[in-house]
Design a protein around this ligand. Structure first.
Ligand code: 5GP
Length: 197
């Protein structure tokens, strides 16, 4: 993929955030007309092509995400990479065997919850790319790091459609030596104005 198409895919997401994104009080960006409720698969495919390019130097055999809003981008990318996609569940299914669990604090819901994944699907030989819609304070990402550690799997990188660069998650993860790729960076949502880098 050449530089032009890369620039176009950035422009696509950036333009869409500015056109259709809505600011909610408390520094929340609502993107439910194209990512979080109604989903634009063509946009997600373009974003996934960009992730493929950015992570082309690492070996990935599984994508991990967290329900619900990470699933759509993760599946589109999984299709392009031809690897399975596992999503951490927010409710413990009674049927789940060999469960690994961790606690995640939810930025949007302001509460902690337990997430789980079966060790049948997160294994020591797995080279994991974590994908999510947003990176804010990095709590979901920290929970996934814990699950990956418990499974003795390897984290090869983390990809986010949107990183809120004014929150601490990106700094924390990069300082921890994790490869983080974010397709759109939001510098500020102050005064309900969306500032995209
Ligand atoms: P973090 O765990 O990094 O603090 O927050 C990331 C998670 O919270 C993502 O899974 C995402 O679903 C949700 N989130 C954080 N900030 C926003 C936001 O501004 N808008 C939306 N729609 N979700 C967010």
């Amino acid at each position: 993929m050449g530089a032009t198409s890369t620039e176009q895919s950035f422009a696509l997401l950036k333009e869409r955030i500015l056109k259709d994104g809505k600011c909610l009080p408390g520094g929340i960006l609502k993107v439910d007309s194209f990512i979080n409720h109604q989903i634009d698969p063509t946009l997600l495919r373009a974003m996934s092509v960009e992730f493929v390019k950015r992570f082309s130097d690492v070996e990935i055999n599984k994508i991990l995400t967290i329900e619900a809003s990470g699933i759509a981008p993760a599946v589109v990318l999984g299709m392009l990479l031809d690897v399975p996609v596992v999503f951490a569940k927010k409710k413990k299914p009674s049927t789940m065997d060999n469960m690994l669990t961790t606690e995640v604090f939810s930025f949007t819901k302001n509460t902690s919850y337990t997430v789980c994944v079966s060790s049948d699907f997160l294994c020591p030989q797995d080279k994991i790319l974590f994908i999510d819609d947003f990176l804010a304070n990095g709590n979901a990402a920290k929970g996934m790091i814990d699950l990956i550690k418990q499974a003795n799997a390897t984290l090869v990188g983390m990809g986010f459609l949107i990183e809120k660069a004014f929150q601490e998650g990106g700094k924390y993860l990069r300082a921890a030596g994790i490869r983080v790729e974010s397709l759109a960076l939001i510098d500020s949502l102050d005064n309900c104005q969306i500032k995209v880098r």
